[in-house]
Design a binder for this molecule. Structure first.
Ligand code: CP3
Length: 351
């Protein structure tokens, strides 16, 4: 059955309505990293799966983990349980997750290593992820949207070039000044792989797609344009050309006023704002071009109580009357008490 036919008969998701530009009296809500270590049921499945990567590639368990937050909280969307680093993995870079340290990609990509990346068979290696998408969509109520995702090329490139989490952002700016052709060749490979990957997620049943550019901030305006804005726009345009009905959200973290550049072309359906962004500014400068997604500092959800409540209500009131999706200004952290998440969702729902 085609997606369009399905939505005619069944209740339409609030998230998709907001993404199509309709302001919702009660905005849709979902949370970045809503599936993860702060949930005891996640920790249980994670232990059963073995490594984090084993979990990402086990579609039965990944489906279970994707659905956990939707079962526990009244959120409007599930986000596919996977990781942005499955793309370098599918390209042939060695990937592991080291407890307490984060991802390790070995060897780090150098000019010589770039030739070893294999662009063929990327989709084949990622097949279990598309199965997770299909299984999750089949189990999810039609009023809930399923969000697929990929890392933006720059953010994925930072991990590939640094061999793990970026410790010294200056070294990557220096790498670009030293050899722009090499960095851009890597970006091009990632743009191409991400387009294929996102289209395949849409075809497997993802209702909307998000691009995470966690490391977009802290660069010069010119580098932001070259390394983040343009590669993301290339992906959005290619995906929308192939699948015009699938909305795309971009989340360029830490870019401040440069956020405007990401919505200049109207193909991007929504832009995520992080917790450093002034919501009033975002409403004035961004909301006439795209739906806005985002909200408070995730650390306020660790703290909970009146401070969290005030922050949530602040965002809800700033974005009244414009297409808005409630979320946090970055992902939930492992030390978050699940009760605070339940309370947060309740505040949004009962505004
Ligand atoms: O619930 C969801 O949001 C869906 C799943 C999801 C994960 N990672 C699961 C995950 C999503 C959308 C991501 C995206 C991701 N991964 C980003 C962009 C968003 C952001 O947070 O800025 C980045 C930069 C990564 C790379 C990554 N993956 C790092 C740096 C780490 C280690 C840090 C950490 O939190 O442990 C991961 C591992 C990871 N990805 C975990 C989860 C739940 C924790 C691993 C575990 O369970 O052991």
């Amino acid at each position: 059955m085609k997606k369009g036919q399905e939505t005619d008969r069944k209740p339409r998701s609030k998230l998709l309505a907001a993404l199509s530009g309709e302001a919702q009296a009660i905005p849709p809500v979902w949370l970045m990293r809503q599936a993860g270590r702060y949930l005891p049921e996640y920790r249980e499945v994670r232990t059963r799966a073995g490594s984090f990567l084993d979990l990402c590639f086990n579609s039965e368990l990944a489906t279970e983990v994707t659905l956990q937050p939707v079962r526990r909280f009244d959120v409007d969307a599930a986000i596919l349980f996977s990781d942005i680093l499955v793309i370098p993995y599918a390209l042939g870079q060695n990937l592991s997750f080291v407890e307490g340290e984060g991802p390790r990609l070995k060897p780090a990509i150098t000019k010589a290593e770039i030739k070893t990346l294999r662009k063929q068979n990327v989709l084949q290696k990622l097949a279990p992820i598309f199965e997770t998408v299909a299984r999750t969509r089949a189990e999810l109520d039609s009023s809930k949207a399923l969000i697929g995702f990929a890392g933006a090329p720059w953010t994925v490139a930072t991990y590939m070039l640094a061999g793990g989490p970026l410790k010294d952002p200056a070294s990557l700016r220096a790498a670009y000044y030293d050899d722009a052709a090499f960095v851009m060749a890597l970006i091009d490979i990632l743009v191409e792989a991400s387009v294929e990957y996102l289209i395949a997620q849409a075809d497997a049943g993802a209702d909307a797609l998000q691009l995470f550019d966690t490391w977009a901030g802290g660069m010069t305006p010119e580098l932001t344009e070259i390394l983040s804005v343009i590669p993301m726009r290339r992906i959005v345009e290619a995906v929308k050309k192939a699948r015009p009905d699938t909305p795309v959200i971009v989340f360029p973290k830490g870019v401040g006023a440069l956020a405007e550049r990401y919505v200049l072309d109207k193909s991007t359906d929504a832009i995520g704002i992080d917790f450093t962004q002034d919501p009033g500014w975002a409403r004035t400068r961004l909301s006439n071009r795209a739906a806005i997604q985002g909200g408070p500092d995730p650390l306020l959800v660790v703290h909970g109580g009146a401070a969290m409540e005030k922050a949530v209500r602040g965002y809800l009131s700033v974005f009244e009357g414009v297409p808005y999706i409630f979320n946090l200004g970055h992902g939930l952290v492992p030390q978050t008490p699940p009760e605070n998440v339940a309370r947060l969702v309740e505040i949004v729902r009962r505004r």
